[in-house]
Design a protein around this ligand. Structure first.
Ligand SMILES: Cc1ncc(COP(=O)(O)O)c(C=O)c1O
Length: 392
């Protein structure tokens, strides 16, 4: 087929696209419930969408498929590696299709290194992890969470103690989905030390907070320097992108143990998918070369200030709302379904949240809180205690 045979849209089809655009534009105005930034402009990259490029294979190994952006992908991975304090020259990573894929990679690596291992994860873990565990068919045990969303260390200690004949594969949350809680990594390592467990794997899910904590003054322990063996971070969350993406990082010596040479593409099969999107690395590279790390630092500071503004506005109408340190997730009791729908809120049991991402303005918070002030209905399933505990 030649380019002249590609055809054009009918007037009716064009109209459908215009309608979709109008609908998305309107919905954008009330988008305060999910952790995806709406502040980005990748228009200068659009001409790259003409190429059938594909980042198949390991970005650090040459491939027969040369129409790729591996060079830019490597630079992105190197930036993320520095921001996560990955060991120099001893880490590896690739640009994923999002946090879920990075978590799958981390659990896969842990399972490959410790085939008998048991995965421990808290009940506040993102819902996709349960599906990953089913896909990988790995033994797993869900651990209780503290009311503030962090993994319950006592439950973890007792459960690992009972199963201490098999290596633990610990799935730690750095910024839980609903409450933005950061699991206590030093506390987890202390349990392993106390129980004299030397064979273990520690994967960190830092989907949102992985691009917040490098830019705050007092981050909670969360990265390679704090004991992680692999980390997954989403790209479309704090950095922002119209195509979901992310980065997974792991220790190179562990990845080397699972790598397989594939003749068909002439490269190493170290990634989960075969074909991989070559555009996302360009977006992430572009963000770091335009907004840059200083821009992200400013953006994170503003987002935290907006979160505090929201909490103050809630207080002004007599409703409790709270957040964890270094988190932009503002948690409150679940409002009526009308508000949930209008403001596209994420809800779980008695809790709801807004996430003050870079596009969320004080004016939007004011409109949202005004709606909350009118909201007659009590929390659907629970109430929020003054200490900030969600009581289901
Ligand atoms: C803590 C956490 N982990 C994983 C994910 C899944 O990430 P993604 O949507 O990038 O696949 C999310 C999504 O919100 C999340 O909040």
């Amino acid at each position: 087929m030649s380019e002249s045979e590609l055809g054009t849209l009918s007037a009716a089809d064009r109209q459908r696209l215009d309608e979709l655009n109008a609908r998305l534009k309107e919905l954008n105005g009330t988008f305060i419930g999910y952790p995806c930034s709406g502040v980005f402009d990748y228009a200068p990259l659009f001409h790259f969408l003409r190429y059938p490029f594909n980042n198949v294979g390991d970005p650090f190994v040459t491939s027969n498929y040369q129409l790729n952006t591996h060079e830019f992908e490597r630079e992105v991975v190197e930036i993320f590696a520095r921001l996560t304090r990955a060991p120099e020259d001893a880490s590896w990573g690739y640009v994923t299709g999002g946090g879920t894929e990075g978590n799958m990679y981390g659990i896969f690596l842990g399972r490959e290194l410790h085939p008998e291992g048991v995965v421990y994860y808290s009940e506040d873990t993102h819902y996709s992890v349960n599906k990953i565990l089913r896909c990988l068919h790995v033994r797993n045990i869900m651990i209780k969470s503290d009311p503030d969303g962090r993994i319950d260390l006592e439950d973890l200690r007792e459960t690992i103690r009972i199963h201490r004949d098999v290596p633990p594969i610990i799935f730690a949350n750095v910024g839980t989905t609903v409450k933005g809680a950061v699991d206590d990594l030093p506390g987890i390592k202390k349990i392993l030390h106390d129980l004299a467990i030397s064979q273990y794997y520690l994967h960190v899910d830092a989907a949102l907070s992985g691009m917040i904590l490098p830019f705050v003054e007092h981050p909670q322990p969360w990265n390679f320097a704090d004991g992680a063996h692999s980390i997954s971070i989403s790209g479309h969350k704090m950095i922002g992108a119209p195509i979901p993406c992310g980065v997974v990082l792991a220790k190179k010596k562990n990845v080397d143990r699972i790598a397989r040479q594939i003749e068909y593409v002439g490269t190493l099969d170290t990634t989960i998918p075969g074909s991989r999107n070559a555009f996302s690395p360009l977006m992430l590279w572009y963000a770091f070369h335009t907004v840059g790390e200083e821009g992200l630092r400013r953006s994170v500071r503003r987002c935290l200030e907006t979160a505090d503004y929201a909490i103050a506005r809630f207080a002004a109408i007599g409703r409790a709302a709270w957040r964890h340190p270094n988190s932009v997730t503002v948690v409150f009791d679940r409002p009526s379904q009308n508000i949930v729908r209008k403001w596209q809120l994420a809800v779980l049991h008695g809790a709801a949240h807004i996430i003050t991402m870079p596009h969320v303005s004080r004016e939007q918070i004011d409109r949202f809180v005004a709606d909350m002030a009118e909201d007659e209905s009590p929390a659907a399933n629970g109430e929020l205690s003054p200490e900030g505990e969600t009581i289901p």
